[in-house]
Write a protein that binds this ligand. Structure first.
Ligand SMILES: O=P(O)(O)O[C@H]1O[C@H](CO)[C@@H](O)[C@H]1O
Ligand SMILES: Nc1nc2[nH]cnc2c(=O)[nH]1
Length: 291
């Protein structure tokens, strides 16, 4: 029915990885964080760290992209137990889509209830500036339109249902919390909200593609996050996601601008401190509001 290579890891494989991790640390994380390109500093916020290189974790893929360190870090954030992926996996690295989203299922089996997904993205919305932080309120899943969805293949009901709803993919209470925290921290000028569109990459978009994505209602474009959000929602994890706008998508044939990964990483460094403060304050409030 489904080709074997498409089926990803079984429930038992995910459980074996989660049990292996749980045997190495006493930390029982309620919150999982995924660091986007150049945003790995978020993991450095954790206290009492227990860290694993991806290469040492059974069944885990390896990070191959500059700006993604390839470490899974357990620790506490203002007393709250967390786990943080310092580096994520992307379709363009050549992994099957089920493999790049495997960590979400491992998070679930570790006891994670909320994930905070972060990414670097190109700004399509003309009102966005480089350095803006966009709270994701929805997504456009372009690889999904072409049949490349991380839930394709046999469905294991122990994770979730065959046809999960995605109209509530991004938790509205957490979006509001991010807005409130952002206001309090004085971030109102650069805190935005919008729709993120995922593409396969690794080539950046053409001008015609950027114009098309604008017409489709996308505010930002990138190569990640959406697959993780789908798998996390499928297994009942609450999702909050944000994009750091690291470059403006080029929509004008007269423009001299050219998207490049080094600039993406550079902008990540410039906003690192504010992002860390936003995420860490949110984590304390999630405990306060929902635990
Ligand atoms: O989405 P993250 O992992 O932040 O990375 C973004 O930055 C890279 C391009 O510079 C791409 O991988 C894109 O998806
Ligand atoms: N696809 C895509 N990914 C990005 N990641 C950071 N910037 C960009 C961009 O402009 N396009």
């Amino acid at each position: 029915m489904f080709p074997e290579s498409n089926s990803g890891y079984s429930y038992e494989d995910c459980k074996a990885t989660a049990d292996w991790l749980l045997a190495q640390t006493d930390i029982r994380p309620a919150v999982g964080v995924v660091c986007g390109s150049g945003l790995g500093g978020l993991a450095d916020m954790l206290k009492d760290q227990v860290a694993f290189n991806y290469k040492d974790i059974p069944n885990f893929p390896q990070s191959t992209v500059h700006g993604h360190a390839g470490r899974l870090v357990f620790g506490t954030l203002k007393g709250r137990p967390c786990v943080c992926m310092q580096g994520r996996f992307h379709l363009y690295e050549g992994y099957p889509i089920q493999k790049i989203t495997l960590p979400m299922r491992i998070f679930k089996l570790l006891g994670v209830e909320t994930v905070i997904l972060t990414n670097a993205a190109g700004g399509l919305n003309q009102d966005f500036k480089v350095g803006d932080i966009m709270i994701m309120k929805d997504h456009l899943n372009m690889p999904g339109f072409a049949g490349n969805n991380p839930l394709a293949g046999p469905n294991d009901e122990r994770f979730g249902v065959r046809f999960p709803c995605m109209s509530d993919a991004y938790d509205r209470e957490l979006q509001q919390l991010a807005m409130d925290v952002g206001q309090e921290l004085g971030y109102a000028d650069f805190l935005k909200e919008g729709v993120y569109c995922v593409l396969g990459g690794p080539s950046f978009e053409t001008i015609a593609e950027c114009r098309m994505l604008q017409k489709l209602g996308a505010d930002a474009v990138g190569m990640s996050t959406v697959h993780e959000a789908i798998v996390a929602r499928h297994c009942g994890i609450r999702v909050f996601a944000l994009s750091l706008i690291t470059n403006q998508a080029v929509t004008d044939y007269d423009s001299e601008e050219k998207a490049n990964h080094e600039e993406v990483l550079q902008i990540g460094k410039l906003r690192a401190e504010q992002l860390e403060r936003l995420v860490s304050t949110m984590v304390t409030r999630i405990e306060h509001n929902f635990a």
